[in-house]
Design a protein around this ligand. Structure first.
Ligand code: SF4
Ligand code: SF4
Length: 340
């Protein structure tokens, strides 16, 4: 694997230049937040930030996506216009938890039996450039409890680790190596690798939130009916913030919007927190209250995803913990379930 040292002051300029050649999405300050967004050509991203409010998942699985356009004719439906081919995109400044979320979404959207062409096309043309968390930014981070690590290359094409004087750049995949000439730098060796390994161990030790996330699957298997679910949801406002910010949530709804004979088919994010979630055309809703919907959220992430794809559908980013207006904390919920 190719390893280089990149001067710290040079990094933002390198990414700005890259944004002149292809689409680059990166963390940028927006009012009092940091958001992932597309850079204008030459625009320099933030390289020193904690974690973005929105997850970079949005660029692979957008909140609203047009699947097709059509016109109704006497002979039936005619597809109008070609689907736009996705261009190459670099996602810069992705944190390891969010990079790992892509590998979890791949298991769902890129199965042999069910392949989602919209996600797969974008994923194939996206290069993930991650910034290792040498000092995990928040007390709400808990990546190590769900199988991740603050300095990790899982889901990453090019990993940048701040060694103090310079960034160690590790080009983990052919997509990462395609950025070798853009990132430049000088060759790195064993000494820098050892320094990174020491930083990785220290960063993992700095994670303060530790929860028994990997222990609750057998408990969930046998506690679908349990008084625990009767109160868990009571203060939830059903605002959906937790699911909208989550890098692994992926429920969506498909609808048609038609005007005259022309229509578009779009898919929009859905949320298990919304009352309409799983409501059927007959009016029947198998998850009629927030109790069933909250149980679904926990079961989906910590039981069904493990059954179906062999991993917990949470990367421990802590966004839902930070943003919930009534302080419903997934870490406490998991810890309470472990005591059942
Ligand atoms: S459930 Fe919460 S902590 Fe886990 S990945 Fe989603 S937003 Fe992050
Ligand atoms: S963010 Fe909090 S209040 Fe809003 S839906 Fe999620 S758990 Fe409920």
């Amino acid at each position: 694997m190719e390893k280089r040292l990149i001067e710290k002051e040079a990094l933002a300029g390198i990414v700005g230049e890259l944004a002149e050649k292809m689409q680059v999405c990166a963390p940028m300050p927006e009012e009092d937040r940091v958001l992932f967004r597309v850079l204008a050509p030459g625009e320099r991203p933030l390289v020193d930030f904690a974690n973005t409010k929105n997850a970079p998942k949005n660029f692979l699985f957008p909140r609203t996506e047009t699947m097709m356009q059509y016109t109704r004719t006497r002979k039936g439906m005619v597809l109008a216009g070609e689907r736009k081919d996705e261009g190459k995109t670099v996602l810069f400044g992705v944190r390891p938890c969010d990079a790992r979320s892509f590998t979890l979404l791949d298991r769902l959207f890129d199965q042999e039996k069910y392949r989602d062409p919209y996600y797969v096309a974008k994923r194939a043309k996206t290069t993930v450039v991650a910034l290792a968390c040498v000092h995990p930014p928040y007390t709400t981070c808990f990546c190590t409890s769900v199988g991740g690590a603050p300095v990790s290359s899982e889901g990453v094409d090019l990993l940048l680790t701040d060694l103090g004087e310079a960034y160690l750049a590790e080009f983990w995949s052919p997509k990462g190596e395609a950025l070798l000439s853009a990132f430049g730098g000088t060759p790195a060796g064993e000494a820098e690798e050892k320094q990174k390994e020491a930083l990785a161990a220290q960063a993992a030790a700095e994670i303060r939130s530790r929860i028994p996330a990997r222990e609750i699957k057998p408990i969930l298997d046998t506690h679908f009916e349990d008084p625990f679910w009767d109160t868990l949801h009571l203060k939830c406002l059903a605002c959906g913030t937790c699911t909208y910010l989550c890098p692994t949530c992926h429920c969506f709804d498909i609808s048609d919007e038609v005007k005259g004979n022309d229509g578009i088919r779009i898919r929009n994010w859905d949320s298990c927190m919304f009352p309409m979630f799983t409501k059927e055309t007959s009016g029947h809703n198998p998850r009629p209250s927030q109790k069933e919907r909250w149980r679904q959220r926990v079961m989906h992430k910590f039981r069904y995803y493990v059954d179906n794809f062999g991993a917990i559908a949470c990367v421990g980013c802590g966004r839902c913990v930070m943003a919930c207006p009534v302080n419903l904390d997934i870490r406490k919920i998991v810890t309470d379930i472990a005591k059942l």
